[in-house]
Design a protein around this ligand. Structure first.
Ligand SMILES: Cc1ncc(COP(=O)(O)O)c(C=O)c1O
Ligand SMILES: N[C@@H](CCCC[NH3+])C(=O)O
Length: 423
C-alpha cells in the first residue's frame, strides 16, 4: 500500500491529510512517512536473508536525525562521508561498529573522530589517503580497519552525473593499482585491510552493470586471499534505482538484486555490506508546495510554485523526473500541459516542462513526489531563501523533525568588518 494516497479526495501522508500539514507548518515542507521508510528497509534487507549482510543506509540521501533514528531502530548501519554525517548517525543511535566512512577527501580531523568513535571501516579511495590515515591512527595508538574502494571501470548506464565506477570518475582506486595498494597496507602498521568496496553509481535500472562489477570484485577477492590478505567483507555500495515515473518500466526489485548477489558471491565465505540510500528514502518523502501564480506565456502555461530549485535541485541538476500531483484529488478528467517552475531567478528553476496535469489555480497545494532522497540534503539558501522544514508522519500523528530556518538565522552568519563601518 502506498502510504501517500488519496482518501476522501485528499492526498494523505499515512493518516494525515497533507492540507493539514500545509496549514499548520506552512509550505514548502518536506514530508516523510515512517511506515514507508520501515517498509523499504525491510523489503531491502529481506532480499539478503541467508547471507551475512549489513545494510548501511547512505546518510547522504537523507540525513535527518529522526529518519536515521527510524533506520537505527530497524537495525541499519550507516555509510557516511563527512564528520557531520558521522555525528548525525551516532546521534541517531547507529552504533559506530556499523558505520563505514567513505569519500575521496577525508580530513585528518574526520579520520581522528572516526577512529575515536571506533567505526567498522574506512572505505579508502587513494594511496595518499592511506598514508595520512596511518599517521593519524599511529598518533592515536589505533589500527584503522580498511576496505579499498576499487574502481571496476564499468558503465553503470545511468545519468553521467551520478555514475561513479568508470575510470574517468574520481572515485576508487584503479584496478591495475589495487594489488600494490594492498601490499602497501601490509607495510603500514596502523592499517589493517579487512575488505574490498565498490560503488558504481546511483539510480541504476539494470542489474547487468552490477553483476559485471560484482563478478570482477569476487575475482579480485580470490586473488587477494591467495596472496595472504585476510579479506572478510565485501562492500557492494548502493545504487539500486527506484520508480520515479509511475508510467515508466519499473526498476529491478530488491529480491532480484539479492538473488543476483547470492548467485555471484556463491561460496565466498564473507560478510557483505550494502549502502542503499535512494531505495529506502526516495519514495518515502515528498515536497509539499503551494502554487503561487498561474502565468500564461506566449504558448505555454506556467504554474509558479513556492518551492524552487534551491529546495529540490534534482530536476535542475540532472533533468530528473518527479511526479507532481495536486493535493486535492481532481474531480474531472480534464488535463492540460504546464511548466511547473519556482520563483528563483534562473532559467533552470523548472521542476518539469509541458507536463500533463489537472488544471490548477493559485492557492492549490501540490506534492512533488519521490523527494525523500537527495531532496532536503541538497538544498541551498540561494536567493536568500531559508532552508525549509521537514515533517515526519507516523500513522495519524506527525512532528516537525527539522525546523524551518529563520531569516534571522540565515543572516546571522554574515559579518561586516569594522573597517567597512561608517564612522
Ligand atoms: C559510496 C556510495 N555509497 C552509497 C551511495 C548511495 O547510493 P543510492 O542512493 O543510489 O543507493 C552513494 C551515492 O551514490 C555513494 O556514493
Ligand atoms: N545526488 C544524486 C545521487 C548521487 C549520489 C551520490 N553518489 C541524485 O540526486 O540523484
Amino acid at each position: 500500500m502506498d502510504h501517500f494516497h488519496y482518501q476522501n479526495g485528499q492526498l494523505m501522508a499515512e493518516d494525515v491529510p497533507l492540507s493539514r500539514i500545509a496549514a499548520e507548518v506552512g509550505t514548502p515542507v518536506y514530508v516523510y512517512s515512517r511506515a514507508t521508510l520501515e517498509r523499504h528497509y525491510r523489503v531491502f534487507s529481506d532480499a539478503f536473508e541467508g547471507l551475512d549482510a549489513l545494510v548501511c543506509f547512505a546518510v547522504k540521501a537523507n540525513s535527518n536525525i529522526a529518519v536515521l533514528r527510524i533506520l537505527a531502530k530497524a537495525g541499519a548501519g550507516a555509510d557516511v562521508v563527512s564528520l557531520g554525517e558521522l555525528q548525525r548517525a551516532l546521534k541517531a543511535g547507529i552504533p559506530a561498529s556499523k558505520i563505514a566512512f567513505a569519500g575521496v577527501g577525508k580530513t585528518r580531523a574526520e579520520m581522528a573522530a572516526a577512529l575515536e568513535a571506533g567505526i567498522m571501516q574506512f572505505n579508502a579511495e587513494s594511496e595518499a589517503e592511506l598514508e595520512v590515515l596511518n599517521e593519524v591512527a599511529a598518533s592515536m595508538g589505533k589500527v584503522a580497519p580498511i576496505s579499498i574502494r576499487v574502481n571496476p571501470d564499468v558503465d553503470a548506464k545511468t545519468h553521467a552525473k551520478i555514475s561513479t565506477g568508470k575510470s574517468e570518475n574520481k572515485f576508487g582506486i584503479a584496478w591495475q593499482k589495487v594489488d600494490d595498494v594492498y601490499a602497501r597496507i601490509g607495510e603500514l602498521s596502523n592499517l589493517k585491510a579487512v575488505g574490498v568496496d565498490l560503488h558504481i553509481g546511483s539510480q541504476l535500472t539494470d542489474l547487468e552493470p552490477f553483476r559485471l562489477a560484482f563478478e570482477r570484485v569476487v575475482g579480485l577477492v580470490r586473488e587477494l586471499r591467495a596472496k595472504g590478505h585476510d579479506i572478510r567483507h565485501i562492500d557492494l555500495g548502493g545504487g539500486l534505482g527506484i520508480p520515479y515515473d509511475p508510467d515508466a518500466e519499473a526498476p529491478p526489485a530488491p529480491a532480484d538484486y539479492g538473488a543476483m548477489i547470492k548467485d555471484v558471491l556463491g561460496d565466498m565465505d564473507c560478510s557483505i555490506i550494502l549502502e542503499p540510500g535512494r531505495l529506502i528514502a526516495g519514495n518515502a518523502g515528498l515536497l509539499l508546495t503551494e502554487m503561487l501564480y498561474e502565468k500564461q506565456g506566449e504558448n505555454r502555461t506556467f504554474y509558479i510554485l513556492d518551492a524552487a530549485m534551491n529546495d529540490l535541485s534534482r530536476p535542475a541538476m540532472y533533468d530528473a523526473y518527479h511526479a507532481i500531483v495536486p493535493v486535492e484529488e481532481p474531480k474531472s478528467g480534464d488535463t492540460l500541459r504546464a511548466d511547473f517552475v519556482g520563483p528563483i531567478c534562473e532559467s533552470s528553476d523548472v521542476f518539469t516542462k509541458q507536463r500533463i496535469t489537472a488544471p490548477l489555480k493559485a492557492g492549490d497545494l501540490v506534492a512533488i513526489k519521490s523527494a525523500g532522497a537527495y531532496g532536503a540534503v541538497m538544498a541551498s539558501t540561494y536567493n536568500s531563501r531559508p532552508l525549509v522544514p521537514e515533517v515526519l508522519v507516523d500513522g495519524d500523528r506527525y512532528s516537525v523533525v527539522r525546523k524551518r530556518q529563520s531569516l534571522e538565522d540565515l543572516l546571522s552568519l554574515d559579518d561586516v568588518p569594522s573597517w567597512l563601518s561608517d564612522d
